[in-house]
Design a protein around this ligand. Structure first.
Ligand SMILES: Cc1cc2nc3c(=O)[nH]c(=O)nc-3n(C[C@H](O)[C@H](O)[C@H](O)COP(=O)(O)OP(=O)(O)OC[C@H]3O[C@@H](n4cnc5c(N)ncnc54)[C@H](O)[C@@H]3O)c2cc1C
Ligand code: FES
Ligand code: FES
Length: 1305
């Protein structure tokens, strides 16, 4: 064979020729490290976030055209790119030349906040437009299925891009946009077209551990497979890539068959459509769509089922590269296609050297977990998907945690064929995924039903048989056992109904078909979503406002265009320093244990390793808090506890070596859950308490008392940029410079100084921008930063580390889970007279900020209600989990959710309209809170009234009730929920800020303040403030970074207070400067800014001023429950409507109306972005995101594959945000209000709308009374709460009789 070891491809039009490519190298690493194209970001490394999206173009011989694909660069092996053209975000436009319309529109539409997701989103939409310059809105939405954004809440992104679908926006002026001109796009390199004419050589690349062979012909492939039977065939690498990265698998030989024509063809036969095994899912989808369009409907039942599964199969980027053969041969028990292929009896052609055979995919095809009947030397050549005949019906179903881009909890392919002209079952195929270690077929059930008529009797029998046949151990991997078993019946029930419906349509005149009650029909409908719509209302600046005054204008985020072009620099985008090293953490695999030994000898032998560090290497103090250290000392207290670190020349070497460190443990008993902590009285501190009124008297006055409990699950921050630090030792006086992705540079400076044993004045911590923080990069930045600093100190060389997503999720903790127990006394009219609360939060292994988080939960335990007699006691549980920490809302949302839970119970018990009872209990102007702070300028009533009206609450309530009367298996719910959020750090000393403003002699201004920019638009607002005070255009003011050597002793950028604090510090500094310039203005009234600045300079006036601000009058005394913990409160109200599928637990968010009080907005576009982003993050918290731990404290959910944050498809179809008008706030800069955290809790309206819908479902089954719904309201919780005959057939196992797969922490 003709062999070559030369890889030829193009990047942004430039030819690249690489020899000796390492098969383990992926495109993302190559682009970032070798070519310095850092616009493409690393968010997860596992194909789950889309931050790394690039466009790959190649000539496709099968289709005879150039095809453009959006691809995840993190999973694309560099070796697979021979003869392709790669386009990155840098290749389509820049701020210095010309912005591409996809870059311009996301920036101007306010669709980029932290910007870390933006290049990936830009490239997804760019690829769509290359293929289709006039897409529909649905196509735009579909194209973003594989892109996550944690900041924006997606509305602004979708709206910006809706302009390509010719839909008019509201918050920006689209007529200014550059038109899209497809003729101006870079052309496909002509050289690649010529190369395509030449025969393909065999390509061979030999790396340190892996050899990659791309055979040119089928014969060659089969010979190679015979020679290397253990070799993996790689097409999309979406499975093998994950196995190598996350499961530590190593495959020494990889065969790449994607270019072999016999694996890459399609043909219609008499019995079905044949596809080569290397055909991608996108290609298969397009061909099946075509077939559905041109063949009679009855022939394409299976094709339609495959298309339905593909609709929810991963994201675009994965479907574009993943092959059908890869899906089959991975033999995953939750493959979406295998149940369809098995139930339909697809034919598979298998080939080996010298022979081929055809097998049917049936119940014998999968022989065990990820095993099939294929012999080691065999490959899958092709798959034939069959046609169906008249009287044959097929459906496929899938239920996942999140609808888009998520693997199934349970899925299935269900087929029935009737005897001709009858409704008697002749053939039945019922194949399920998620119900065992392989795709399974319910053979017994199918056999027993043969010859039976398709009627109610069959349904009952089928369900009983399925319940008996598809059992799962209560400890089954994946958990959710009751839900999974119920789903298998629910799917059959849906199938039963849809077949009845089709029989009715097809054979009405031939025989009697049982009719479906009209209220059952919606159970058969496939998921559909109406096109998104949104309204944003805000107060425009008054007509008299000076044109130069930009405060109150919807100015786009100042970095948004750079973020859209990939020019914005994040920590890991910094060019490499001379002799830089890379660090990898070594962490505990035990939740609680004594370390018996650490053996790094094998790690030190790995190529490129410089050293291994432990606590002994810390030059200063290893202790960074009373109960925490940099490296573990003797005992580990959680899985993920940092024990040591390896430093090496490259990331790959450091990571390989870290895995080679051997640690042995003496296990100790761990405490994992809140319940266990309560049982062992394991608390970090004595309980905290707030009490007001006379609780006993209150209960005595009550007409009724109820008690209850709710668990509010934790939440992972999932900032798109993981923790990252680069430490650069300066070589003299112990100086070190740290570049970090942190919200708390001053705190980090102090930690590092202490750890290194030097004064703080030797350490500089610098932050340009961070790719999202949400509280996770406040105190917890120290976990990585201190270790990297020790490494830089020890090696005297620059050291870098950016945590992998799985490491980040493992070591860094998140939002504290809470357990709330309540006793509520109320009167018949709904007036609540007494509430007694006990909160428990799971703090994890050390206290961190959980003390203050519990305080805030107690301060917010009333939400917006005046409760005359109230007591709250909070326990901070000490467990063997990573320490939990700050997260947007900081305990407030947990306290308020518990409040709304008891409020909801009271409402349900009273049987009164919910809005009436909530309204009755709302605070009034001048009321004292339970911590005795007077509520002044209380806007909650205004927000409430406005929201009731704008949401048309009352008429929609009636419509929801009517819908529920007409539908048995779909129910709608509606809820209106208020919020009140106290603004300030509760630690009073932190309410201070500094700023430093320099005016240079050319008139330009360099602004610095203590806050970090993490997407929240802080720098933009601060420039607006400075611009207004100084009276100069925004373009003359620049913020370069946040740094501890310009503004010292800054508080973390947190508590929503950064605009208030830094804004005032800037205001002060700028006013001092103005005063200094005043004489020169007076002397030259017609002069320009530059003239005055120049004159002041010539007169030797200092043009540099440090400003300072401290929030006045803050004091609160816990002992006497008096004083003022908060400067003021932000208010808001939201009304949400949802629809649940009672059979599957799925839900869709139909509409949300928000009215938010942000005072006089400094920047309505930024504030609306914060409201929407917080709302969608809260929607994740209360209805989607679920951290799963084993009973031993091992976190299962360590990446976007297992942990689902909201995707674009999860936001309410209609999302209306209105900023409350005429609500100036005299307590903050230019009458504004804080906005970062307060709106998050409004998403509780989704949670209670779901609960409302469940109430309707239960009533339809004759079940009434209070019930417990824990947060998040996930599909399994929704389904299990919608009690019906099917759930009763799958009762849960008795707790305590088995060890569950996961526990609620
Ligand atoms: C983010 C993400 C989301 C995903 N979502 C889903 C989902 O929703 N539903 C779902 O079912 N799966 C999902 N997957 C799994 C995966 O994408 C699919 O299984 C995919 O079809 C695998 O195809 P591939 O070409 O990438 O496989 P590869 O990784 O290239 O190969 C996979 C395996 O198949 C074997 N193989 C491939 N071709 C042949 C052949 N011709 N003959 C013999 N063996 C062969 C290989 O040896 C290897 O073991 C997801 C994966 C990721 C990363
Ligand atoms: S980094 Fe590639 S998909 Fe997340
Ligand atoms: S802007 Fe999307 S992740 Fe931050």
């Amino acid at each position: 064979m003709n062999e070559s070891d030369e890889l030829v491809f193009f990047v942004n039009g430039h030819k690249v020729v690489e020899k000796n490519v390492d098969p383990e190298l992926n495109l993302l690493t190559y682009l970032r490290r070798k070519l310095g194209l850092t616009g493409t970001k690393l968010g997860c490394g596992e194909g789950g976030c889309g931050a790394c999206t690039v466009m790959v173009s190649r000539y496709n011989s099968l289709q005879r055209k150039i095809l453009h694909f959006a691809v995840n660069a993190c999973l694309a092996p560099l070796c697979s790119l021979h003869r392709t053209a790669v386009t990155t975000v840098e290749g389509i436009g820049s701020t210095t030349t010309r912005l591409h319309p996809v870059q311009e529109r996301i920036a101007k539409a306010h669709g980029s906040q932290c910007g870390f997701c933006t290049p990936g989103i830009v490239m997804s939409v760019y690829t769509l437009l290359r293929n289709n310059p006039e897409p529909t809105m649905e196509e735009i939405e579909d194209t973003l299925q594989g892109n996550l954004c944690r900041c924006t809440g997606y509305r602004a992104i979708l709206e910006g891009y809706s302009t390509f679908a010719k839909i008019s926006p509201r918050l920006f002026e689209s007529s200014e946009f550059k038109p899209l001109d497809p003729t101006q796009e870079p052309i496909f390199p002509p050289e690649l077209l010529l190369l395509h004419e030449l025969p393909q050589n065999t390509l061979l690349f030999k790396g340190e551990h892996v050899t990659w062979i791309q055979p040119a012909t089928l014969d060659e492939l089969l010979i190679l497979k015979a020679r290397y039977p253990e070799a993996r065939l790689v097409v999309g690498n979406t499975e093998v890539g994950i196995e190598m990265k996350l499961k530590n698998m190593l495959y020494p030989v990889i065969l790449a068959p994607a270019h072999i024509p016999q694996l890459n063809f399609t043909r219609r036969t008499d019995t079905g459509i044949l596809f080569g095994a290397a055909c991608t899912l996108t290609y298969i989808g397009s061909l099946l769509k075509q077939a559905v369009d041109d063949l009679p409907s009855y022939r394409t039942e299976v094709f339609k089922a495959v298309l339905e599964q593909l609709r929810w199969f991963a994201g675009n980027q994965i479907r574009n590269v993943a092959a059908v053969g890869g899906n089959i041969m991975t033999a995953s028990p939750i493959s979406d296609l295998n149940p369809v292929f098995m139930a339909s009896g697809c034919l598979l052609t298998l080939a080996s050297k010298g022979s081929t055979r055809v097998v049917r995919m049936d119940e014998d095809f999968f022989t065990g977990y990820r095993k099939t009947v294929l012999k080691p030397q065999e490959i899958l050549l092709s798959v034939e998907i069959p046609y169906t005949r008249k009287g044959e019906y097929f459906s496929a179903f899938k239920q996942a945690q999140r609808r888009e881009d998520d693997i199934a909890i349970v899925n299935c392919g269900l087929r029935v064929a009737f005897k001709e002209g009858t409704d008697v079952v002749e053939e039945l195929g019922l194949s399920y995924g998620g119900m065992g270690p392989t795709t399974v077929s319910a053979m017994k059930t199918s056999e027993q039903l043969l010859g039976k008529k398709w009627n109610e009797e069959l349904l009952q029998e089928a369900c009983s048989l399925l319940a008996a046949e598809l059992t799962l151990s209560p400890s089954a991997p994946g958990g959710m056992v009751q839900f999974r078993r119920t789903l298998s019946l629910s799917f059959f029930f849906k199938f039963y109904l849809s077949v009845l419906q089709k029989l009715g349509q097809d054979f009405k005149s031939d025989f009697r078909v049982e009719s479906i009650p009209p209220e059952y029909v919606s159970a058969t409908e496939l998921f559909h979503k109406d096109p998104p719509s949104a309204i944003q209302l805000f107060q425009e600046v008054p007509p008299g406002q000076a044109p130069t005054d930009v405060v109150g204008h919807p100015l786009p985020h100042l970095s948004s265009t750079k973020q859209a072009t990939g020019e914005a620099i994040y920590c890991d985008d910094l060019p490499h320093f001379e002799k830089e090293l890379y660090l990898a953490l070594v962490t505990s695999s035990e939740a609680h244990a004594q370390i018996s030994s650490i053996d790094a000898s094998q790690a030190l032998k790995v190529t490129g390793v410089t050293c291994f560090l432990t606590a002994e290497d810390v030059p200063g103090n290893n202790k960074i808090a009373i109960d925490d250290t940099v490296f573990a000392e003797g005992v580990v207290t959680c899985v993920g506890h940092v024990i040591g670190a390896v430093v090496a020349d490259t990331e790959a070497h450091a990571q390989r070596a870290a895995k080679a460190v051997k640690i042995t443990y003496n296990k100790l008993k761990p405490i994992i859950t809140i319940q266990e902590a309560i049982a062992h009285e394991s608390f970090h501190i004595p309980p905290k308490k707030i009490e007001n009124g006379n609780i006993e008297l209150g209960f005595a006055q009550a007409d009724d008392i109820i008690e209850g409990e709710i668990h509010v699950g934790g939440q992972e921050h999932f900032y798109l940029e993981t923790h990252c630090t680069v430490a650069v030792p300066k070589g003299e006086d112990g100086e070190m410079e740290l570049f970090a992705s942190t919200q708390a540079p001053s705190q980090m400076q102090l930690h590092v100084a202490k750890v290194l044993g030097v004064p703080a004045n030797r350490i500089v911590c610098r932050v340009k921008r961070i790719g999202g923080g949400f509280g996770g990069k406040e105190s917890h930045s120290s976990i990585l930063l201190t270790v990297v600093a020790v490494a830089a100190y020890k090696t005297k060389r620059p050291v870098r580390c950016m945590l992998n997503r799985d490491e980040d999720m493992l070591v860094s903790g998140g939002r504290n889970p809470f357990l709330g127990r309540y006793k509520v006394g109320y009167q018949k009219n709904g007036k609540i007279v007494a509430v007694d609360l006990t909160f428990y939060c799971n703090a994890g292994r050390c206290l961190d900020l959980s003390f203050s988080i519990m305080e805030r939960a107690l301060f917010h335990m009333d939400n917006c209600y005046k409760i005359p007699n109230i007591r709250g006691v909070g326990y901070v549980c000490k467990t063997n989990l990573p320490a939990n920490t700050a997260f947007r809302g900081f305990g407030g949302p947990q306290g308020m959710l518990i409040a709304e839970c008891w409020m909801n119970d009271v409402i349900q018990k009273c049987g009164l309209p919910s809005e009436q009872v909530r309204m009755l209990n709302l605070y009034q102007e001048g009321d004292l809170t339970h911590f005795n702070q007077k509520l002044e300028e209380l806007n909650i009533g205004k927000c409430w009234e406005e929201c009731l009206e704008s949401s048309s609450y009352h008429s929609r309530r009636r419509a929801v009730d009517e819908f529920n009367r007409q539908h048995r298996w779909k129910k709608r719910g509606l809820a209106i929920i208020p919020t009140k959020f106290g603004i300030c750090f509760t630690a009073t000393f932190m309410n201070q800020a500094g700023a430093l403003v320099h005016i240079y002699t050319d008139g330009s201004v360099l602004l610095t303040h203590g806050g970090t920019e993490m997407g929240q638009g802080l720098h933009t607002k601060m420039v607006q403030v400075a611009s207004k005070v100084l009276g100069i255009p925004v373009s003359q003011i620049h913020i370069s970074e946040t740094s501890t050597n310009t503004v010292p002793n800054s508080s973390p950028t947190a508590a929503s207070a950064s605009s208030d604090l830094n804004g005032m510090a800037i205001y002060n500094a700028c006013h001092t400067l103005l005063a200094r310039l005043q004489p020169f203005k007076l002397a030259d009234p017609k002069g320009t800014w530059e003239n005055w600045v120049s004159a002041a300079y010539m007169d030797r006036v200092s043009l540099s001023v440090a400003g300072f601000y401290r929030t006045p009058d803050l004091n609160y005394n816990w002992e006497s429950n008096e004083g003022k913990p908060y400067n003021y409160f932000s208010y808001g109200v939201a009304c949400s409507e949802v629809e649940i599928d009672c059979l599957t637990g799925d839900h869709k968010n139909l509409r949300t109306d928000i009215v938010m009080d942000v005072g006089m907005s400094l920047n309505p576009a930024v504030d609306i972005g914060q409201v929407e982003g917080a709302f969608v993050q809260g929607l994740g918290l209360f209805s989607l995101e679920q951290l799963r731990y084993s009973p031993d404290g091992v976190l299962y959910t360590r990446g976007p594959g297992a942990y689902k944050i909201p995707a674009a498809g999860d936001i309410p179809t209609q999302l209306n945000v209105s900023l409350l008008r005429e609500s100036p706030n005299k307590k903050a800069i230019y009458s504004s209000k804080a906005v970062g955290e307060p709106p998050l809790f409004l998403s509780a309206s989704i949670f209670f709308a779901i609960k409302d819908a469940i109430v309707a479902a239960r009533e339809a089954s004759g079940v009434t009374g209070l019930f417990r719904l824990d947060s998040p309201a996930t599909p399994d919780r929704i389904r299990n709460a919608c009690i019906d005959n099917l759930t009763k057939m799958c009762p849960p196992a008795e707790p305590g009789t088995f060890t569950p797969w996961n526990v609620e922490v």
